[in-house]
Design a protein around this ligand. Structure first.
Ligand SMILES: C[S@@+](CC[C@H](N)C(=O)[O-])C[C@H]1O[C@@H](n2cnc3c(N)ncnc32)[C@H](O)[C@@H]1O
Length: 267
């Protein structure tokens, strides 16, 4: 892939930094430098990112095998590397990935090549109607509207209006019985923590204003989707760890449960 003609490599990108935090190699020097600055301020960040990424495999099994969905539509997918949904779903499940970052889309062609039943489209998670209404997606769906939807690792990048709009559109479009897996990022991080303030500024300078909100606020924005009775589960617990995994400084900056939560909502 020719990097120069598709991206300005002089600027770090949050998506490629995420790849670097996860140990991937789809990133540039400028991303690694920005990520290193963040790690020097908040070393827990790499672990936070892994805690966020790991549940995707569990979600794949839950949605396809346990709940029987044969279509999963994933928004803001990032890179579909070998820890993503399509490698854990039951055979014949259609996985429709999407991301708005042209670099992600470009890398995706290399990563997926001819992987069966797995598709990737460039699309903006703020306007899910654009993905759903693409003629290629309509063909893949073949009229199916009872689907599993995933918004994982993206809530920080969306405004309240973005989330409310996406939730409403998808609720109106999807058939009863559909399910939405949603990740609330950084719900109880400490906005007074000096290191956290510096990290948020790094993202701000990259052009990413991060929207931090509580679990309750998210649940409200996602209505009329109904959060299942388990509620939003701390990702620490989701991944089978307990609080002893967090050091004092981690708790001070990221909150008592490490910051990230996830849950299932249904129509
Ligand atoms: C932290 S990664 C999450 C990737 C994956 N969903 C996960 O949880 O591991 C965030 C991704 O969201 C994408 N993203 C951010 N805002 C977006 C938007 N409005 N529409 C589509 N993708 C977006 C970025 O390009 C990046 O690839």
């Amino acid at each position: 892939m020719s990097q120069d003609n598709i991206v300005d490599t002089s600027k770090p990108s949050a998506g490629r930094m995420y790849d670097y935090f996860l140990g991937g190699h789809h990133n540039f020097e400028v991303d690694r430098q920005a990520a290193a600055r963040i790690l020097s301020l908040l070393p827990f960040t790499a672990k936070y990112m892994r805690l966020q990424r790991w549940p995707l495999q569990d979600i794949a099994v839950e949605l396809s095998e346990k709940r029987g969905f044969d279509v999963i539509i994933d928004f803001a997918s990032g890179l579909p590397t070998n820890d993503h949904l399509h490698l854990k779903v039951k055979p014949e499940t259609t996985v429709i990935y999407s991301d708005y970052d042209p670099v992600v889309v470009e890398y995706t062609h290399e990563i997926l090549e001819n992987t069966p039943n797995t598709y990737f489209f460039q699309s903006d998670a703020r306007r899910p109607e654009e993905l759903i209404n693409k003629p290629e997606v309509q063909t893949l769906l073949g009229g199916r509207r009872k689907v599993a939807l995933v918004y994982w690792g993206v809530s920080l990048f969306l405004t309240d209006d973005d989330i409310a709009h996406a939730a409403k559109f998808l609720y109106d479009w999807a058939a009863p019985g559909s399910c939405l897996a949603f990740n609330v990022q950084a719900a109880d991080i400490n906005l007074q923590d000096p290191a956290m303030i510096k990290v948020l500024n790094i993202y701000e300078q990259m052009g990413n204003h991060l929207s931090i909100r509580s679990l309750k606020q998210c649940e409200e924005l996602l209505k009329p989707w109904k959060l299942e009775k388990e509620g939003f589960i701390p990702l620490l617990e989701w991944n089978g760890f307990d609080k002893s995994e967090l050091g004092k400084e981690d708790v001070t900056a990221f909150g008592p449960m490490g910051g990230g939560y996830g849950g299932y909502l249904t129509k």
